[in-house]
Design a protein around this ligand. Sequence first.
Ligand code: 5AD
Ligand code: SF4
Length: 476
Amino acid sequence: MDEKEKHDISPEEIKRQTRFMKVMKSWNDEYFAKTGRRRKHLTVTYGCQMNEHDSEVLSGILENMGYIAADDKKEADLIIYNTCCVRENAELKVYGNLGALKGLKRKKNDLIIVVCGCMMQQPHVVEKIKNKYRHVDLIFGTHNLFKFPELLMKSMKSKDMFIEVWENEGNIIEGLPANRRYKSKAFINIMYGCNNFCTYCIVPYTRGRERSREVEDIIKEAAGLAAGGTKEIMLLGQNVNSYGKTLNGSIGFADLLRELNKVPGIERIRFMTSHPKDLSDDLIDAMAECDKVCEHLHLPFQSGSNRILKAMNRKYTKERYLSLIEKLKNRIPDIRLTTDIIVGFPGETEEDFQHTLDIVEKVGYDSAFTFLYSVRQGTPAAKMEGRVDKETKRDRFNRLLEKINKISAEINQNYLNRTVEVLVEGPSKTNPNRYMGRTRGNKLVNFDGSENLVGELVQVQIIEAKTFFLNGKIIE
Ligand code: 5AD
Ligand code: SF4
C-alpha cells in the first residue's frame, strides 16, 4: 500500500502501538513458556547516526515485544535491515545481504525478514525487492517507523510480502522506547528531515521536510537519560543549525544548547550535522559559553570550488567557509574540526579539486569523511553533464586522503605527553585487551582500563600518537 496523503498522526497513536507491542509480547512469552527459548532479533544498520538511532528505537520496540538480541543471523527469528541510500555502495550491500538470506529462509520458514529505512522511500527499490527478493516479509519506510509493532503483526498475518511506505512525513511521535547501544553516551534526535536540497543528495527525498522537536520534549529526554547515568548526549539532525525554524516560538539551536547546558548530570553535549550556511555568530557564542558543549565541530564543506559549491546548491563560498573557521578558531581556541568532502562531482576539474585540497590545508582537520561522488536517481546532479571518469576520481580521492592523513598525524603529535579528559566507552575494537574512549575534541584514545570504568570520565596521559588514534595511560 502506498499512502500519498499528508499524515496527521494523533498523539494517541503511541498508545495504539503500545497495545500491539503487548499482544506480541504475550505471544512471545507463550513461546518462551512452551520452549524455554526466547525469540531473537538481529537488527542491522547501514548509514548515518540517524539510522543508528532509528535502529535503537526498532530494537527497543522488539525488546518490549519480548525479543532478545541475536549474535548472528543463524540464530535469529527476525532479521531487520535498516537501510541507507546516500551512496550506491550502501544500497549494493543491502541487496547482497538480502540475497544471502534466501537460503536461510528456505531452511527456516518462520524466519521473519524486514527491510526498512531510507532505501524504501524510493519506489524503484521497493519494486526491485518485490520482484527479486520475494522472501522478504515486511517493508516500511522512514516516515512510518513508529508503526512497526502494528506492521509486524499485519505482516505475520499476511501470506504475501506486506508493504507500507508513506510518501510524505507526518508529525513527530514522542514516547517510543529505545534500546540505547552505549552506556555512557546517547543519541537524541532534535529534528527530522532536510530542506536544503543539495543537488547530489537523496536525503530530502527520503527523510522529508525539516521539522523540529519541542524543546521541552528534548530536555525531558536529556534529563531522563542523565538520571539513568548518561554523561554525553549527541544531538542529531540533518542540519541541526536550523533547529527551531518549524516551531512557533523564537527558539533556535543556540538557545537549545544553552537550555541543555543546564541539565544536571549531563557532562558533555555534541551535535551533528551542521551546515555552514546556518552557522550563526550566536551559535558560536553559545558553543564558547556553554561549558558542557564539546570543543568539536563537524562542518562539512563538500568542495572547495565556488563553481562546484554553486552547482551543489550549498549556498556558501570557499571564502565564507574559511572565514567561519577563522571565527570559530578565534572564539574557541581549542576547537577540533572534522568535515565531509565529495570528490568527482559532475564538472569538477583539477583546478576545482585544488581548491578542495587548499581548504584541507588551511583548516587542518582532525579527520574527514571523504566520498566519491555517487549518482543518486531523482536528484538534480544525476542529470548534470561532465561526469568525472572513475580513474580521475580515484586519483583525486587518493591524493586527498593522503593529505588529510598527513595532517591528522601531525595534529596528533601535539597531544604527546598531554593529559586529556576521556569518557570511557568500552573495550577497544582493535585490541580487546585495551579500553577506548573519546576526548572532548572527539579524539579516539586507547588505554589499559577495566569494565567498571565504562561510562566514567578519566584523565589519560598521551604516550603515543598514531594517525587515527592516540595511546595513553590513565593517571590516578
Ligand atoms: N555522493 C557522494 N557523497 C554523498 N554524500 C551525500 N550524497 C552523496 C552522493 N550522492 C555525502 C556528503 C554528506 C555525507 C553524509 O554523505 O558528503 O555530507
Ligand atoms: Fe543532504 Fe544537504 Fe540536507 Fe545534508 S544538508 S542532508 S547533504 S541535502
